[in-house]
Structure formats: C-alpha cells, structure tokens
Design a binder for this molecule. Structure first.
Ligand SMILES: Cc1cc2nc3c(=O)[nH]c(=O)nc-3n(C[C@H](O)[C@H](O)[C@H](O)COP(=O)(O)OP(=O)(O)OC[C@H]3O[C@@H](n4cnc5c(N)ncnc54)[C@H](O)[C@@H]3O)c2cc1C
Length: 349
C-alpha cells in the first residue's frame, strides 16, 4: 500500500500498542479497540532475559530485539515522564554441574561475552541463597513496569490516533469492505492475545493457552537488588517486596489464581532463599503461545487487508516492539518480513 491509510487495531496489550505506535510513526491513521479484559500484558512481569538457561543458549534474535526495546520503552518513558524500563542483573543459580559447565564454555565467547560474566570464586561460594552448584551473573537483562507501560501506550495512541474501549463485535464487521460499524478501513489488525479464540477469521490458528501465575512477597531480610533465578525468578520491586514467578499450566483459559499456583511458587521461593516472608499478592493470566514457539503474523489468505499479530508467548515484551516495526514496514512499505513468524506456515481455511 502507498500513502496514508486508515487502520483498525483490535486489542490493546503490548502487541496492539506496538503495532499502533509504528503505524502512527509511518503517518497512518489508527483506531484501537480494546475491551480491557483478560489482558496478559498487565499480568506479565515484563522480564527481558537474553539467555535460555538450561542449555545456556541465546534467546531467539535477542541481539536484535533487546537494543530496540531500550529505545521503544524509552520513548514511552518520555511521553509518560516515568521510568518504565529497568536494566537488571540476574544471578542464575545453576541447577547442575552440567549447566555450570555450559556457562564456563560460553563465558569467553565473543557472542556471549556481553551477557555472561566470568564466574568468580565468590559466585561459586555465594552464601546468601541455596547454591549447591554455584551461580553466575548475567548482564543485559531488564524488566518493564507493565501496568504503567500499558497505560502510557494507550494514552499515547489515543493522543495520536483514537482508542475506543469496547468489545469488538464481529457481527458488525464486514471483512470484504473491512468495515466496522459505519467506518471502512484499509487494514484491520487483530492483536487479541488469547481472545483470538473468538475470532471467526483466525480461530483455526494453533494459538495455545499457557496459564501463568505469580506471587508478590514481602521479605524484609532478603535485601537483594539483583534478580535471582532458579526454578523461578525473584524480581526486586522496592520496599522489600519481590515478584516471584511464574507457573506454566497448558491448555486452559481459566485465568483465576489458585492455591496450587501459590504453593508451587512458595516452594520454589523457599528452595532458593531460606528467608521469612509473607505473600501479599497473587496474579494469573494466559500467555498466547504457539506449537513452534514463534509468533503468528501476517495477512489472511482469503480476506485482503485482514492481519493477525499474535502468539507472542512467554516473551511478548521483548519481541513485540521490533516485530511490530518490521511488520508495519512490510504492510506499509513492502519491506521483507521475518519468514519464521509468517502466518502462512499454518493452514487456516
Ligand atoms: C504470569 C505471566 C507472566 C509473564 N511474564 C512475562 C515476562 O516476564 N516477560 C514477557 O516478555 N512476557 C511475559 N508474559 C507474556 C506476555 O504477557 C505476553 O506475551 C503478552 O502480554 C501478549 O500480549 P498481547 O498484546 O498479544 O495480548 P494481551 O496482553 O492479552 O492483549 C490482548 C488484548 O486484546 C483484547 N481483546 C481480545 N479480544 C477482543 C475483542 N473482541 N474486542 C476488544 N478487545 C479484545 C483483550 O481484552 C486484551 O486487552 C507473561 C505472561 C503471564 C501470564
């Protein structure tokens, strides 16, 4: 497409905000509809972790995604006049000798050096937590304050386009004209997270549902500023509080908090820390995941101008900003797009 178009974005999580931001940057007119219900993006902890620990491999395209996150979230920090993006060191407690060996092998490698610190004697002897196999310190990680980010993102989209808080009703949508109620659009982009299950055009896609729970604990004696990671993560949130997560339960759309989830997370917290604590909060949400752990992005094979941007899985906050930029560049400027994420790898008709 050439010139200025009118776009409708359905869904106001990190996906819908990132897509809208890049459309507006390209001079497009954007209306975003969000029902503000079951939003994974406000339950998420917002961790951006460059390493998959068990095999000590880099997360998918991390060297592209992470630097872009800094500028993307930095943009919303400026608009909201509030810090949203927090660089953090992660201390990983190895789960086995083999895992420590993987780290030792990679810590000197050019492509891992910026993330893996050289393991020191004090990391092996680190006594403030249960540490049978030693630990290593990881650079380059960060977390996003997710609730203020979503607020800042939707505010900015509303100031530079339009945000409507309502349920998108498919009965009032004509996919041939791309008309919703009285207005026709050049493109309609569905960013509904697990809400895609109710979308008649894309519901055959294999978006899976992976429930996650987190707890927040008050632990006055813990006094750590790094994030701990082993079996779970422990993320300092200030005032002696820590977010602890997350659980993984596959195939459910029930997003209520459970006693099982809380017990699992308390056991994992205690396995690392040995400190006294009180649980002060608990959250649950559903991650939109996919069988091959890659997002699903692209145009409907039958209805021109109907797009999907979904399946962000466990790493939505890290991958959505740059993928949205690349996706918008494709639909507005015909730039080539990451084939690994292409909707065409699945049959939906
Ligand atoms: C416990 C937990 C912890 C997590 N931790 C992290 C983490 O540390 N780091 C990370 O990167 N990711 C994390 N995630 C994953 C992350 O939350 C997701 O990858 C991401 O939020 C998905 O964003 P989304 O915009 O696709 O979906 P959502 O955030 O779910 O947004 C979709 C929006 O679309 C709306 N919608 C759907 N249908 C309609 C309709 N018909 N009309 C109007 N609106 C509609 C929904 O109400 C919702 O507001 C975590 C997830 C969970 C559950």
């Amino acid at each position: 497409m050439n010139g200025i178009g009118r776009f409708l974005v359905v869904g106001g999580g990190v996906a819908g905000i990132a897509v809208s931001k890049h459309l507006i940057d390209q001079g497009q007119k954007v209306t975003l509809i969000d029902q503000n219900h079951k939003k994974s993006s406000t339950v998420a902890v917002g961790m951006l972790n460059p390493i998959v620990f068990r095999r000590m491999t880099k997360s998918w395209r991390v060297d592209d995604f992470l630097p872009y996150c800094e500028s993307f979230y930095g943009f919303f920090e400026n608009t909201a006049k509030q810090q949203l993006f927090f660089p953090i060191t992660i201390r990983r407690f190895f789960s086995s000798e083999q895992e420590r060996q993987f780290w030792l092998e990679k810590q000197e490698r050019f492509d891992f050096k910026k993330y893996l610190n050289v393991i020191l004697a004090e990391d092996i002897d680190y006594k403030r937590a249960n540490n049978p196999f030693g630990s290593g310190r990881l650079n380059g990680a960060a977390y996003v304050q997710t609730i203020p980010f979503v607020d800042a993102g939707l505010n900015w989209v509303n100031e530079n386009g339009r945000v409507i808080q309502e349920h998108f009703d498919f009965i009032q949508f004509d996919p041939f004209q791309r008309q919703y109620k009285e207005t026709a659009y050049d493109g309609v982009i569905f960013c509904e997270g697990v809400g895609v299950t109710n979308n008649p055009y894309f519901r055959k896609l294999p978006v899976e549902y992976t429930k996650g729970e987190t707890i927040t604990v008050l632990a006055k004696e813990l006094k750590i500023s790094d994030s701990y990671n082993r079996k779970c993560f422990i993320l300092p949130q200030g005032n002696d509080t820590y977010r602890v997560g997350a659980t993984y339960v596959y195939g459910t759309l029930n997003d209520t908090v459970t006693l099982e989830g809380r017990i699992e997370l308390e056991e994992k917290f205690q396995a690392v820390t040995n400190t006294s604590y009180t649980v002060i909060d608990q959250h649950a949400g559903i991650r939109p995941t996919t069988p091959d752990r890659r997002p699903i992005i692209g145009e409907h094979p039958e209805f021109e101008g109907l797009f999907i941007f979904n399946g962000l899985g466990t790493k939505g906050y890290m991958i959505a900003p740059l993928l949205a930029k690349e996706f918008v560049n494709q639909i507005v400027n015909n730039h080539p797009f990451d084939a690994e994420t292409n909707l065409s790898r699945f049959k939906i008709l």
